[in-house]
Design a binder for this molecule. Sequence first.
Ligand code: PMP
Ligand code: GLN
Length: 399
Amino acid sequence: MKAPNTLLANTGTTIFTVMSALATQHGAVNLGQGFPDQDGPGDVLKAAADALLDGRNQYPPLTGVPELRAAVAAANRRFWGIDAEPAEVVVTSGATEAITASLMAILDPGDEVVLIEPLYDTYLPVVKMLGAVPKLVRLEPPKWELPRAALAAAFGPRTKAILLNTPQNPCSKVFTAAELAFIADLVQKHDAYAVCDEVYEHLTFDGWRHIPLMSLPDMRERCMRIGSAGKTFSLTGWKVGYVTAAAPLAQLVAKAHQLLTFTTPPNLQRGVAVGLAKPDAYFAGLAEGLQAKRDRLSAGLSRLGFGVLEARGSYFVSADFRPLGFLGDDVAFCRWLTETAKVTAIPVSAFYADAATAPRHYARFAFCKNDATLDLALGRMEAAFASRGAEAQGRALTA
Ligand code: PMP
Ligand code: GLN
């Protein structure tokens, strides 16, 4: 038989699935894959449950149920000052589909796409599947500042788009107004588009505030802004995402959605519409609750000896494990941690195109968990590090 698709044949199973399976196998506390261990608001769940039983279970409209498109448009205005019509919203099956559909809407083979590493694991394979050419720019730890000269150099006459994730997974960076202005200027100078993965839009801490690139001057028509009910309502299994874009772009995103999934379960959409209309206190409370969890886990990891990085948004904190005496790489460390300490984290090098040249000394921990879960994980690590330290008695440690 002839070889099937080369790119997919060479794509490994996602690190999140690999590490979750390893966690199950070893009975580990799973701080790897980013999902809360408590479901989101009861009224959103009830709205979806009620909607399941009221006779609207056939194909919903292709671009989403009217209630949700109106709710996304209203949320754009309420939170970010972006005026959008419901006709400029396309509902998708998760942000994952929204990212692919948005890239499909703009890319032709040979187009260049600027991507910022570390990056979410679907970006690169999808860009390549579409025949486009990735241009990678790296943020450097521990501060993850935007390397402006390198970013400017990545743009050129063939640049069709930048794919920007803020607040960012895994480095928990929230792009600043000045960084976004710099990016907007490059996008405009090169007459390009921006696919904006803003799934953590409501999850920022310490007074850091998310700024959509779309809200900057002259960016309204160039951006496709993506949100996820999974993150905003702690319901990651629902897979309801939404794209906001100017009508001509939204129509193309809808065509891509038509090819990928066509529609998204109507009862879940109606639940999310109820969620987006919740009072401001819900959204503020979500961020405050997560900030407290971040503080709990970060303080615990520091106490154990990790070099903990700042986390300004998202579900994640990354930590340098070298101060603990581990000389192996992050993949070996995360495997050791799962098998021996019974705690799972994600190696940060998984978020790079070329793991060999990536930073290899950070593990990413998800803190979107109950306090008891975080404390259990910290207790297990403390015990494992203590027995490992005793066993090693001063000799160099490899993970
Ligand atoms: N983008 C980023 C940066 C993410 O972390 C995630 C995580 N789930 C997604 C997209 C996908 O979102 P969804 O689950 O809505 O498909
Ligand atoms: N976004 C989640 C994370 O970064 C995982 C999503 C997935 O498993 N595909 O952990």
